[in-house]
Design a binder for this molecule. Sequence first.
Ligand SMILES: [Zn+2]
Ligand SMILES: [Zn+2]
Ligand SMILES: [Zn+2]
Length: 341
Amino acid sequence: MMMKEGEGQQHGRHAGEIELKKLGHLLLGYLPVMGGRIRAPRYLDVEERPMRGVETCTLCGVTVNMGEVCVRNLDRELATELPFIAVHALVTHGDRVFHGALHGEGQIDVDRLKDVLNYEEYRIGRLITALLAHTSLLPEHLTIKEEMMRGVVPCAECGDQVNMGFFEIANTHNGESMRIPYLALHALVEHKDTGYAAQSDEHPDAVDLADEEHLDMERLRRILGQSRAHAEFGKRIAGYLAGLGGEEEPPRHVDVVEHPQRGLEQCATCGEGVNMGYFELRNKHTGHEMQLPFISIHSLAAHGDAYYRGSLHHGWVDVPLLNRLVKRTWPIVQRVRRTRR
Ligand SMILES: [Zn+2]
Ligand SMILES: [Zn+2]
Ligand SMILES: [Zn+2]
């Protein structure tokens, strides 16, 4: 959005949703028409339909190809079609609404796009990678034990050499644990794929990993998602939401806008009916915002589970990101002034 200097502070900054920007970048990577250079994974069929001519974003004036793209997930038999201007809206504005001079204003089905791109799975892979690299980030409900082995195996998809060992991740809150080969984590992060296998023909060490296996994502979600701290945090956020019966004022630096809808969706965990609408939360200082369905906070508060499954919405709440969003931070402008003095 174009804003004059100073205006941002009066009306609050709009930096969009970080999550949507990441989703947009993932998709853009697969689109040569928009400058993408990443080969789409094996389960994804990306069909670009560029047209002669450009379309202007009415928000920022940038032009993109006026055509569309159709992306199909062959494993899930799920497809989505988007004009290129929608990809621009995600990447540049972190916005689920696009504003094109030709396609007009339109809403992007973000949940569907996430499913098509295996985005939630990829995000879980990224989270685990971060936890392995910085054990100080480990939340109190998780432990990780690494069992690196001497030797590497080549990934069947890309040929990269990956340590043939594994790590064990355990949840001290619900007692569940899981052994995950490094090869599986590689496939999750690099190929956004829950399936993994090693090339076995030329490599005797790879025999154990030669047959394609699939990560048990349901279990992994329970291990990563369920904790007492999540329940505490969820209850705090639920307190700000009238749609969930909350009666507390949010902190002054946080804007909460609720969009309740007529009707309920059922929580798959407990069967409770929760308003099928959603809410937006914005940090006035940083301009960052997040949009989540009510069921997600019900899941956090009632089950301590960051992974939510309702009859309408399903997904994963990025708790650290949400936590940063409601935390008090100083506007960047003020910080600069202070250091100058
Ligand atoms: Zn734009
Ligand atoms: Zn690979
Ligand atoms: Zn429930």
